[in-house]
Design a protein around this ligand. Sequence first.
Ligand code: 8OZ
Length: 425
Amino acid sequence: MIVDARHRPCIRAAAHRPRAVVTRRLASVNDSLLCWPIQMTTLFEPIRFGHIDAANRIVMAPLTRNRAGPAQVPTSLMTTYYEQRAGAALIVTEATQISPSGQGYLDTPGIYSAAQISGWSPIANAVHGKGGRLMMQLWHVGRISHTSLQPDGQQPVSSTARRANAKTFTAMGFEDVSTPRCLRLDELPGIVHDFREAARNAMAAGCDGVEVHGANGYLLEQFLRDSINDRTDAYGGSKENRVRLVVEVMAEVAAEVGPGRTGLRLSPVSPVNDAGQDSDAQGLFNLLLERLAPLQLAYIHVIEGATGGARDVAPFDYAALRRRFKSGNAHGAWIANNGYTRAMAIEAVANGSADLIAFGRPFISNPDLVNRLRLNAPLAAVNIGTLYGGSAAGYTDYPLLDPEVAGRLEPDGHPRADFDFRYRA
Ligand code: 8OZ
């Protein structure tokens, strides 16, 4: 069961108002007797899960933007970008490499050096200053990389020596990824160690927790899926063996920062980055969540369908996965993602199929997405040409909602009493 957030000062005033159920009186006849209850959505209500208290149920999904500075250090422009979006219940940072070999794209930030920790620190402070919460997404890209991005121009590493049929973004533009080298058994403790150290660094930077990137065909998924993992050691073959590395990483990260500050992102059937379908995706991910259950993680964040694409790319019973996570974990939250509209998000939270909903691209072009969703205001379209790399253009210059419309909100973000609800769905 999810318990409500301990209300922070910025939302305390609102907490005294009965928002969950309101009554509207019928004008004219016997108005003291004729009332009907209107069940209001819970998408905009606070929630506490693990050790995270969040002001609403709208998460900013991790979004790769390729604007880190030299030595993969976050910049002050990134502080502005994240601060502008702190109205989200929770921001999950763009994927951030745990080690130099974990990098797969140009100008993605890292969290393995002192300079990188110092670079992330003002971002965490800025988000907290606006009442938001910041989880750092930790990734190792594995074979989705290019030798030009690797230390000393070495081969990327993976669970296999087979190259992915995928592209990455390098100094030369979009290029085919390089052929990887298969990690030796004796190198795997080092990968687990790097995740743990990175988690420690994220907390030193002031983050509220970490989300391990177990999705989208990157290193951890390269171990999970039998379409990629062709090992014959204790980390390949059976499902039990293929979930082993993810379980070890999650156990170490949770031991470092606390399970209530640890989440995991999965994409069980997404085909991105040449991640072929597992021969039994349902069985594989069901087993993974069973093995993770004792850890009592703060949340699981699931991309439903193809990342950024079709939601029905392959059959999958997400509810079965959620049941395995929820069973015995009273404080864990289920975050759903991928192509959710406002109506779908309201419905999913209301019917309990998700506790929070993560929005990706809408957060890029709508820094005040939470207010817009509250008011059912129009959403601005994203400029695809400025997604990856570049400067402030298409990054920190997306406008806020028209102040006249935004003026219909209380300072805490809830619609004013005189709001006429014409923007409501
Ligand atoms: C879109 C599609 C696949 C991968 C990530 C950079 O997951 C990505 C990604 C984005 O971090």
